[in-house]
Design a protein around this ligand. Sequence first.
Ligand code: B12
Ligand code: SF4
Length: 456
Amino acid sequence: MPEQFKVELIFPVERKVEHHIEASQPSIIRQVLLPQHAKKRSMSTPPLGLLRLATFTPEEVEGRKIVLSIRDDVVNQIHPQEWDKGTKPDLVGISCTTAASERAAYLTAEALRRDIQVVMGGPHTSVDTDSALETGAAVVKGPGELIWPEILHSAVNGGLKNQVYEKKESNHLGGTTLPPRSFFNAEDYFSTNILSAGEGCPYQCPFCSTKLVKGAYQGRDVKDVSAEIDQFQHDDGMVIVTDDNFFMHPNVGDIMEHLGKKGHTWYASASSKLADKKPDLIRLAGKNGCRSLFLGIDNLEGLPKNNNVDYGRLIERIRQCGMTPAIGFVLGLGDPTKEGLQEEADSIKRFITKFRIAMVHLSSSVPYPGTQEYQLKKDRINKPPSQYDTQGQVVYRPKHLSAEEFNEIYFRLCKDLYAIPNILWRLSSIPGMREKMELFFYNLSRWRHVKNNFQK
Ligand code: B12
Ligand code: SF4
């Protein structure tokens, strides 16, 4: 029997641990009205990046059997003291977003203190390798699939170094991702049926780092994508397509039809520019089980105009095809004046109310490293990464108004739109009673999340 080499892959919780599943604890009313949702402990999905590493993990390295586990700190808090009991891991691999970077540094320090080797990767680490190196961990820049076996070899030999490891290859999207069910408990998540049909985006919205982290779009092989769909279980929740821009996939129609054939309901995102140009894809999505399509909107009256999409027409088309439009806004891009910011907020409020948008992501601009917003605001950032939240207080010093004024405008916008009469008005666009109820609780939980962020 070969000697074991124990690897623990960790997805650290963003922000403070005490906030981590608070917004999704089901209320009594929710438990009675929506029992199928009340069983779910969080609104999140399992960390797909770590599942990809698991997929590329060899069974044995240099005669040692690799024993791998994935731990999601978001749903089950990790206590490093556990590493003092029983067998501690030989290697800890940590995935890192900006908001989780302080927690990632803490877990790294705790592991290194116990002579456990540590490697860090993920969207934040890939754009800010310097701060990741400061933690003492080995650092992977970019995709992890192809470099992961090499990292394991170095770790088994005890030779993992506090340096950047990078493999500049673009053929990392192959292979059928292992089923999330083999690592996670379905009841911990909104859904464990997560699907990535491809990565990247050709556009570069000022608040988004996707192009820098993932490059322009690359679709995965339809064979692999279909094989993943075949693994999904209906009672693990609706399929969440994680692509930023699903409509970019050259064979997106085939994938939609495969989802439909398997009887899944699903949720996906598309760029509004592309969705506007492809009405046939909207129809196909509706016909094949898509319940909701997420679009970002950026050219309302008073906001910078980046394209000529007729959003009203697009929303109507999505509804006619039997789907619920989910719309995202980002308030405060660039450096608006107080009047300008107020005008943006009014414009967003008018739009959401006029088109009765029941599912809305109201973000304020957060300058994540690697974005244009970061370049503009990096010298004015005055909050630690653990306070980065797109539905939270401003984390930088605005140029033309005070932080209090900025926060007041954003908070007021949320308060108005999450007021019960406004929620009910927006829900009047939803035909089914069950979906109305789901979205009612969804809106309440969003409001609870914003309120928590402003009470700190
Ligand atoms: C789906 C998604 C979500 C989902 C699910 C997240 C999850 N549980 O995985 C939801 C909706 C819940 C979500 C929420 C948020 N998200 Co999000 N999300 C995405 C999205 C669209 C896809 C992520 C994904 O699954 N990619 C596919 C996997 C395979 O890629 P990956 O995770 O990057 O992993 C690869 C490499 O990074 C690397 N790697 C990753 N970890 C590790 C670890 C080791 C040890 C190694 C060696 C390598 C490695 O190898 C992997 C395989 O190649 C990305 C954008 C994007 N295109 O990536 C944004 C993105 C990751 N999200 C982002 C943000 C900001 C958030 C929020 C913080 C938003 C908010 N509320 O403020 C929350 C925080 C959630 C959290 N706990 O981190 C930002 C992160 C920016 C940053 N610098 O932190 C991104 C990049 C989008 C953007 N705006 O630029 N998100
Ligand atoms: S927000 Fe969406 S459309 Fe814009 S760059 Fe990011 S992924 Fe692309």
